[in-house]
Design a protein around this ligand. Structure first.
Ligand code: BES
Ligand code: ZN
Ligand code: ZN
Length: 396
């Protein structure tokens, strides 16, 4: 029996118990509010999580009986979704390249009866994804676009795009060692997109889903894109490559263009896009950019409700001129040392028509330090908030 518990409506309030209590099976006798019951079940489960692909797991000692009032299906789906993000992000790039990411997408699609199409290598050029191809062609592991569709035609369309850079070496503008070290996690946006799709499909939300994941590896090599190369994009805009390390925005540009072709009711993208977002907000607080104030307010309200923080940064039009290029429509990486997260978001905005409600999450996808239930490694951020918002907006 646990005594004296109150105000425990964040999962993290519960996540320390599995590894701190004596071995045994526990039951919560207090009457919990539904949100607390869900938080208890999810937090306890996440406190028992271990990334166990390469070594023996350290088994948690204390187990929990499902708390009364917990919504088992939803908590289970949330747990699976968060574990999916953690496992995909933490898996080393040697075992998770574009092929394996596409495999994971296929597996998820099969589970939910979704359609999954993958366009690979040279076929990307024919299909009209020149920027995805340009970023990925420096690697021996061919780039691809993963395209998942699910749901009924009569329901509103949600398009989700995720940055799937399976390893970001920086390309010819090679990152220095300390900055390159964590770059297996640069497919964190793709992992969030897949996890959100899992939540939507598990809950059978009355929406139509389109999931687009450009999956590439950003590597130097004889065929790699060069600084100041000019690339074509699916949208027809030309882009001068200011820095080959600003690869995420290039692949997202083609992904976003494809996503808006069917005029979605809502467009979301997730990306480990800039170091600047981390300088501004630190590792735990994803930056939210949004072209629609009401949408932003609703997402922020959900982030408070779910104790899953998001922080809005502006699409400050005054900085748009930093994207000017003397030879192309756009420069991908301004020389300016200022406002890097904003200029990256403004770059993406060029590929999103003003009448499509769009939210862009620039996130870290990684726990920089160990906390109960949040071990160092891949982490889902903003996922519960966004799903909570979607349930509210679309539940029939
Ligand atoms: N994947 C990185 C961004 C990143 C770095 C995210 C560190 C999380 C932690 C991205 O592709 C990148 O390298 N961005 C550059 C852009 C610059 C060259 C304009 C950056 O943020 O420094
Ligand atoms: Zn980069
Ligand atoms: Zn990157």
């Amino acid at each position: 029996m646990l005594l004296g518990l109150s105000g425990l409506d964040s999962p993290w309030d519960w996540a320390g118990f599995p590894r701190s209590l004596p071995k045994g099976c526990y039951r919560i006798e207090a009457r919990l509010k539904p949100q607390e019951a869900d938080a208890a079940a999810l937090g306890w489960a996440l406190g028992s999580y271990d990334f166990q692909n390469y070594k023996k797991p350290t088994n948690p000692k204390a187990r929990l009986v499902w708390p009364i009032g917990a919504c088992r299906d939803e908590v289970t789906a949330l747990y699976e979704a968060i574990c999916l993000v953690r496992d995909l992000v933490t898996t080393p790039a040697s075992d998770l390249g574009p092929v394996e990411l596409a495999f994971e997408a296929r597996k998820l699609s099969r589970r939910h009866g979704a359609a999954c199409k993958v366009t690979t290598g040279q076929a990307l050029l024919k299909a009209g994804y020149p920027a995805i191809h340009a970023v990925g062609r420096g690697s021996s592991r061919a780039p691809r676009l993963i395209d998942i569709s699910w749901g009924k035609t009569r329901h509103p369309l949600i398009a989700i795009v995720g940055k799937g850079v399976c390893f970001d070496s920086g390309g010819l503008d090679l990152k220095p060692s300390p900055a390159m070290k964590l770059m297996k996690k640069d497919m964190g946006g793709a992992a969030h997109a897949l996890a959100l799709a899992h939540l939507i499909m598990s809950a059978r939300l009355p929406v139509r889903l389109r999931l687009l994941i450009p999956a590439v590896e950003n590597m130097p090599g004889p065929d790699a894109m060069r600084p100041l190369d000019v690339l074509k994009t699916r949208a027809g805009l030309t882009v001068e490559v200011g820095n080959t390390d600003a690869e995420g925005r290039l692949i997202l540009a083609d992904g976003l263009t494809a996503a808006v072709e069917a005029k979605p009711d809502l467009l979301l993208d997730f990306a480990t896009l800039t170091g600047a977002a981390r300088s501004a907000l630190g590792p735990d607080l994803p930056a939210l950019f949004c072209n629609d104030d009401r949408l932003a307010q609703e997402l922020l309200a959900a982030s408070v409700r779910e104790e899953d923080p998001l922080w809005r940064l502006p699409l400050w039009a005054g900085y748009d001129e930093m994207l000017k290029s003397s030879v192309a429509d756009l420069n991908s990486a301004p020389d300016s040392p200022f406002a890097g997260a904003i200029t990256a978001a403004l770059f993406l905005k060029r590929f999103v028509p003003g009448d499509v409600a769009w939210a862009h999450l620039d996130l870290f996808a990684w726990n920089a330090k160990d906390r109960p239930g949040r071990p160092v490694g891949g982490e889902a951020m903003g996922l519960r908030a966004v799903f909570s918002f979607l349930k509210k907006r679309y539940k029939s």
